[in-house]
Design a protein around this ligand. Structure first.
Ligand code: SF4
Length: 140
């Protein structure tokens, strides 16, 4: 899993999700904090999804299954801003059991991480391009 300081720039300048919900920066862990968190784990599941798949729902379900199986440190990361509420209250999450931050929102370089694990991902230049989305579940 690759983290990098530049990833947040893409959230802050260019994504409408920035500051709009508790699962996006500046509310999410910094790249340095995420690196320290990732280093607490030896095993994780990288979830490869195609368009139309609810990545967050999958990682939340996997996190729950892993936790109930005894992996008490299990934690999931999704893709993209949280859309569970019409408008985020930006203070106290109303769905803490379902809301999970996006990988990129925490400073994870999703492109480098996917490629390092042999999965496809490329810059999408139009709607005909192959699209790939990723989630992550830390296990241990
Ligand atoms: S579930 Fe609602 S309150 Fe929680 S982060 Fe998502 S939008 Fe915000």
């Amino acid at each position: 899993m690759v983290t990098a300081p530049w990833v947040r720039l893409k959230c802050q300048y260019g994504c409408g999700g920035y500051g709009s919900n508790l699962c996006c920066p500046p509310y999410t862990p910094t790249p340095d904090q995420t690196r320290a968190i990732l280093d607490c784990y030896e095993r994780a599941i990288l979830v490869h999804c195609k368009p139309g798949t609810d990545v967050k729902k999958i990682v939340v379900a996997l996190e729950r299954e892993a936790f109930l199986a005894g992996h008490y440190k299990a934690f999931g990361f999704g893709a993209g801003p949280c859309g569970l509420c019409r408008q985020c209250n930006l203070e106290d999450c109303t769905h803490p059991d379902q809301a999970r931050p996006a990988m990129e929102a925490c400073g994870i370089d999703v492109f480098a991480t996917a490629r390092a694990n042999g999965f496809p991902i490329n810059v999408v230049t139009d709607y005909h391009c192959d699209q790939n989305y990723y989630g992550l579940v830390l296990i241990d």
